[in-house]
Design a binder for this molecule. Structure first.
Ligand code: ADP
Ligand code: MG
Length: 303
């Protein structure tokens, strides 16, 4: 007996490193006419590196940082950030921990992941928060804001470190595009018939820079996880069938909402995989055009 075409497509995709949940995913992929891509970890390598640590120098936070981390300057801010990130699955968290590998990182407790925002933990009874610059929005923090803008204008992702609710430092991280990403997206655009849209929780300036490097015009920045899903739901309301690709816990709502949601395998958190219809084990962007072509052929044969 020959294998039904949709199942045969699942087997072929599997050999190419794309694990699909079931035959309905092949049917969904066959009719996709819009693509939403997460930025960090999806079009970028997801291996950001810490490129700068800027202590903000407020006397209160310097004293608290020194008490908790044994240093009130750069090393202290980085050590506290790494302590808060010690429970983080996020690629930015991993980068911060790696950069602090040579430091004595104090013990932290009461970890809390704030998807699309950052992390929170307690060190020596003091709350440490590391996350997106919008965490500054509650107050007037000119020094912190200036540092954030400087790094974002240079195309870096800026993250703030709050110690006891006050900004103590700004970290800057840089993540390179996946090799071949621009070519892969050009092929994807030709296959789907419409260009992909980039969705990110990162700030507008670094997001726009990645968009320019990729040749993607439509870039939506500053989104929370549910905002990414809302973009897809809006397209679906207009009759479009959406493929979404993401890697993180912050992409779970996006992947669950899309007609076909695929998780990037290497870095993907368990929650992203659970919310997805399949996993891209290697070359996540380059594998999309042949995957869509395969699904269309299978669907035609099945009919
Ligand atoms: P993306 O949509 O590009 O994958 P996320 O939604 O995961 O990005 O994160 C959005 C922003 O939230 C990041 O640019 C960063 O400012 C902040 N953020 C999220 N998680 C963390 C973390 N663990 N440590 C520091 N900052 C974080
Ligand atoms: Mg991501």
């Amino acid at each position: 007996a020959t294998m039904p075409p949709l199942l045969a497509a699942i087997a072929v995709a599997g050999r190419r490193g794309v694990l699909l949940r079931d035959a309905t995913v092949v049917e969904a992929l066959a009719v996709v006419d819009a693509v939403a891509l997460d930025k960090t970890g999806t079009v970028t390598r997801g291996r950001p590196e810490l490129v700068a640590v800027e202590p903000l120098g407020h006397p209160d936070t310097v004293a608290t940082t020194a008490r908790l981390a044994g240093d009130g300057g750069r090393d202290g801010v980085l050590a506290l950030a790494a302590a808060a990130e010690s429970g983080s699955e996020h690629v930015l968290g991993r980068a911060v921990r790696e950069a602090a590998a040579h430091l004595r990182v104090p013990a932290a407790a009461a970890f809390d992941a704030l998807p699309g925002v950052g992390v929170r933990a307690v060190v020596g009874g003091v709350e440490i928060v590391v996350g997106r610059p919008s965490l500054l929005d509650g107050g007037d923090h000119p020094t912190a804001r200036a540092a954030v803008s400087r790094h974002e204008d240079a195309g870096r992702t800026a993250v703030v470190v709050l110690v006891g609710g006050r900004p103590a430092g700004v970290l800057a991280l840089a993540d390179a595009l996946r090799p071949g990403a621009a070519d892969a997206l050009a092929t994807l655009t030709a296959t789907v018939g419409t260009p992909p849209v980039l969705l990110t929780g990162d700030a507008p300036a670094p997001a726009a820079r990645i968009g320019r490097e990729l040749g993607v015009d439509d870039v939506r920045a500053g989104l929370l996880p549910e905002d990414k899903a809302a973009v897809v739901a809006e397209w679906q309301g207009a009759g479009r069938r959406v493929l979404a690709v993401g890697d993180g816990i912050n992409d779970a709502p996006l992947l669950a909402t899309a007609d076909a949601g695929l998780a990037v395998g290497e870095g993907a958190g368990a929650l992203a995989v659970q919310a997805s219809d399949g996993v891209l084990l290697r070359d996540p962007l380059g594998s999309l055009p042949p995957l869509l072509a395969l699904a269309r052929r299978a669907q035609r044969t099945a009919r």
